[in-house]
Structures are given as C-alpha cells and as structure tokens.
Design a protein around this ligand. Structure first.
Ligand code: CP
Length: 316
C-alpha cells in the first residue's frame, strides 16, 4: 500500500487505512527496537531537522532517537539559541536551513498552523510535533498504538479524554484518530474547558468525572496547561483535583478496570493522583516507549511513500 501523504500536519482527515499502515509499520520498528543493536540503515543519506520553538522532553528526544535508530543524519534547532532571538522570521529560518539540503523537518511551535505554513516555504516533508492548541499527531498515533497493543483492536473501544480539552492539541489529535479507527470518544471537563467546536466532534460530553469513569474503558488524562491559562478557568488546583482529579478511590467506586493514559508531563496531585500514575492501571510509560516506534514509522513512510514489503525489508 502506498502512503500518499507528503506531510503529517494532523490526524484530521487521515483515513483508517493510513493510520493502520502507520501502526503496522510502527509494530515492525518496535521489533527492531528490541534487538541487541536497535538500529537499521533504512534512512541512511536522509537529513532531518528538529525545529523546536517550544519546550519538549518526550517528543524531541523520541524524534531524535527515532532518527538515530533509522541511521538518518539529524540536526537539532532550539529557538532559544538561534537567530530567531535577533528577529529572523520563521520563513527565513526554514529557507536558510533548507539551503543546507535537508529532507524532513520536525517542528513544534506555539502558533497553530505553523507546520502548514512551512509546507508553503520549502519542499521538505513537514512533521507537526505540536502546534499551539491545534494538533499533536504523533502523540495521537502513539496513544492509538498503545491502546491497540493492550486491547487488540480500537473499534468500539470507549475512550474518554479528561481535562483541559480547550487548550489541548493532544485532545484534537486523539478525537480525530480514535474516531477514524472506530472508537467511541467522550470528553470530560468543566464547561470552561470544553471548546465550542466539541459539539461538532460527535463525542459524548461529560461534566461529571464519575459518569465518565462509569462509561469508559480508557481515560486519557490531560495535563492542566498552567502556562496557557490566560484567565481563571477553574478556581484552584485543589478544587480541580477534588472535582476532576483521577484517583484510585474514584476508580474503585466505579468497580471496573479502567486503563489510564497521560501524554505527559504530569502535574501529580492535580489532574491525577500521584500513586495512580505509577499504578497497574497506567500505560503512561508504554506510551513513551511506543513513541519512538511510531515516529520511526512516520519518518519512514514520509521518506519512502510506501509500506514496507516485509518487516525484514526495513533492515535496508
Ligand atoms: N507529550 C508531549 O508532547 O510531551 P513533551 O512536551 O515533553 O514533548
């Protein structure tokens, strides 16, 4: 099967077949990552630039590792030590980097639409590593991979995204990706954190976390984005935890097994009880592990434009 996307800007509009191809390719790379020497020459000769205008731990390191595991040449750009500080525009920055002959750009930017803008400036393939409050497609894909590994399928799985939906690019990518794969999606949070656009998502909306837990097979617990709160959307962290915090007591009251995801970084004791984040319910570190394989798959498919014939063909 061919992979026809030139860029990965978001999961909105991406097909079930394309997502499944990424997940299947990621499973093959997961096998590579478990070898004594977890490296293949698949992207030898390709150059990737990691362009981060916002802080990141998981996404940046996982893209860097994915590039190294694929034998690509990779370069890291950090806005805080670049000529952006001297006033250079995003367009000039990327056009100067492209003049050094690059193939792929991984970009994280505070402005929604920045990755889309870059597609109009350069010929390189662009991968969105999180743009403002818009999308974070590789996070959505690694969440799907983690759930598919646990449940065997995504069709009709009930997933509730809990928390600050309005500010969350992870929420949008999860809604689009999960619905494409046939999952049933719910969102849960205070009214001030549910965006108007949610009415168009055909997702169940829960304002009481207890009802969300009753319904869900999976809770994807979002970080309260303290740095993006321009006005008080809830009275205090303590009150948020009391009303919406995911706690062992709440799970026990529902008397059912619920799987917990969290994209990180975690505000322990606010959106989730600290102990629960490390408990038997949590797949949080599995998500991080799967992130490397998913990003290898995305880099590979955007470079080659086609599915691997066999897992062995990924050996180069
Ligand atoms: N999940 C996520 O995007 O984490 P980072 O901000 O650390 O990359």
């Amino acid at each position: 099967m061919d992979f026809k996307q030139k860029h990965l800007l978001g999961l909105e509009g991406i097909t079930k077949q394309e997502i499944q191809l990424i997940l299947d390719t990621a499973e093959s790379f997961k096998e590579v990552l478990m070898r004594p020497i977890p490296k293949v020459p698949t992207l030898r000769g390709k150059t990737v630039v990691n362009l981060f205008f916002e802080p990141s731990t998981r996404t940046r390191i996982s893209f860097e590792l994915a590039e190294k595991r694929l034998s690509a040449d990779s370069v890291n750009f950090s806005a805080s030590s670049s000529s952006v500080l001297k006033g250079e525009t995003l367009r000039d920055t990327i056009r100067n980097i492209e003049a050094m002959n690059i193939d792929l750009v991984v970009v994280r930017h505070r402005a929604a639409g920045a990755p889309q803008f870059l597609t109009q400036c350069v010929d390189a393939a662009i991968i969105n590593a999180g743009d403002g409050q818009h999308e974070h497609p590789t996070q959505g894909l690694l969440d799907l991979m983690t759930l598919q590994s646990k449940f065997g399928k995504l069709d009709r799985l009930k997933v509730v995204i809990v928390g600050d939906i309005a500010h969350s690019r992870v929420a949008r990518s999860n809604v689009y990706g999960l619905q494409a794969m046939g999952a049933e999606v719910g969102i849960c949070g205070p009214l001030t954190m549910i965006p108007l656009e949610a009415e168009q998502w055909q997702a169940r909306i829960f304002y009481r976390v207890e009802e969300a837990i009753e319904w869900a097979d999976v809770l994807n617990v979002l970080r309260i984005q303290l740095e993006r709160q321009h006005r008080g959307l809830f009275p205090s962290n303590r009150e948020y935890h009391q009303l919406y915090g995911i706690t062992r007591q709440r799970l026990e009251q529902a008397k059912k097994e619920v799987t917990i995801l969290h994209p990180g970084p975690i505000n322990r004791g606010i959106e989730i009880e600290s102990e629960l984040a490390d408990s038997e319910f949590s797949l949080i570190l599995n998500q991080v592990t799967n992130g490397v394989a998913v990003r290898m798959a995305v880099l590979y498919l955007l470079s080659s434009g086609t599915a691997p014939e066999t897992p062995e063909s990924l050996n180069g």
